[in-house]
Design a protein around this ligand. Structure first.
Ligand code: MRU
Length: 366
């Protein structure tokens, strides 16, 4: 996508074809910083400390982390055992986004299948690049399929503004290109549909206020940042036509783990008869787990993310303390929306209902 007229992705290879570069998302929107990932530990830190975040991007970063493991191996003769151990370290970086394990296993599989003459460094670099391109293309297709939904609402409203509500950042910053939840929004906007987005600020780290608002603004899309508790009120007053969110892991039975607060939006949407869609590439489906509420691991993060809020003051990015310093805080990063509250999934293969049967119809090979 474009930032100030220049094409950029949240992770990319430098001109030398070897160096991994990322947008450091921690300081956005007030500072735009590009940084290098030189080692596996750099990549693990970038995932853990959220320089990069969002399920598809975590997947691509972890794939490149496998390449960095190979590139920096202690000896030129890279042992499979060494690769497996490094992959285990990468997979432990964050627990909820299933793309992480999926991408690492996929690159590792290529290493296992290699013939003795193949270079592990080259194999891992190539596979990570393929995953990045596939995810970009998947998101483009999600945009095309989601356009049907938004176009339909626009027709029903006779061309009046379509109001979409989204939670967190499931934009191109989280997904290489287009985003998942934002892909239908970008596609609809680009095809001339009058669209406006309600952007949940998404406490505690404010991915909505900081990242989604920034992305949409750069693309010229009308949007309004709202406090996380506002959606229900807007829905009661006919100010939301559709909710579209992303997901970090969705079971093949249709339960959706996404940023904390998503479940409450789904409840409000159901109460107000508003369609609630989840946009995801197939890499975010968990084909093993059945019961999302009991089985999806929910990350608990540092309570300081609740205690302190980041913003701009006197041209500097600063953090300020909100509650009394000695009040305990609990930071659950995700929640699970049960399939019964989900109207449907927007995937690269099309749209389906939130049931195992419907999902498997789209992905029979799984
Ligand atoms: O904790 P984060 O920022 O990695 O959260 C993940 C997300 O970006 C969201 O939950 C998003 O809605 C789904 S990932 C495209």
């Amino acid at each position: 996508m474009k930032v100030d007229g220049k094409n950029i992705r949240p992770i990319f290879l430098d001109k030398d074809g070897k160096t991994i570069k990322i947008i450091d998302q921690r300081k956005l929107p007030h500072e735009f910083i590009i940084t290098d990932l030189k080692t596996v530990d750099d990549a693990i830190t970038a995932i853990k400390d959220m320089y990069v975040r969002g399920a598809p991007l975590i997947g691509v970063t972890s794939a490149y982390a496998v390449y960095l493991a190979a590139k920096n191996a202690p000896s030129e003769l890279i042992e499979l055992d060494y690769m497996v151990k490094e992959c285990d370290r990468i997979k432990a970086a964050r627990p909820t986004a299933v793309n992480l394990v999926w991408a690492v296993d996929r690159v590792l599989e290529k290493v296992r299948e290699r013939s003795s003459l193949d270079s592990i460094v080259e194999i891992t670099l190539k596979e990570a690049g393929i995953i990045a391109e596939e995810e970009a293309e998947n998101c483009r297709k999600i945009g095309e399929h989601g356009l049907d939904l938004i176009g339909h609402i626009s027709n029903e409203k006779k061309g009046q503004t379509v109001n979409v509500l989204t939670h967190c950042n499931a934009g191109w910053l989280a997904c290489i290109e287009y985003g998942t939840a934002t892909a239908p929004i970008y596609t609809a906007f680009d095809s001339g549909i009058d669209i406006h987005v309600w952007v949940d600020e998404t406490r505690p780290l404010n991915q909505g206020a900081r990242l989604t608002a920034w992305e949409l603004g750069k693309h010229g899309i009308r949007h309004t940042v709202i406090a996380d508790n506002t959606g229900g009120h807007l829905m009661q007053h006919g100010m939301v036509d559709i909710v579209i969110v992303g997901t970090d892991r969705t079971t093949h039975t249709g339960d959706v783990a996404n940023k904390i607060g998503t479940y409450l939006k789904a409840l409000a949407a159901r109460d107000n008869h508003i369609p609630f869609y989840v946009a995801l590439p197939s890499s975010t489906f968990d084909w093993k787990l059945k019961n999302g509420i009991n089985e999806i691991p929910i990350e608990k993060r540092d309570p300081d993310e609740i205690m302190y809020v980041q913003g701009k003051y006197n041209d500097k990015t600063v953090e300020v303390l909100v509650p009394p310093i000695d009040s305990p805080a609990a930071n659950y990063a995700f929640d699970v929306t049960p399939s019964r509250l989900v109207t449907g999934f927007i995937t690269e293969r099309g749209i389906c209902g939130a049931s195992e049967k419907e999902i498997r119809k789209l992905f029979p090979e799984k």
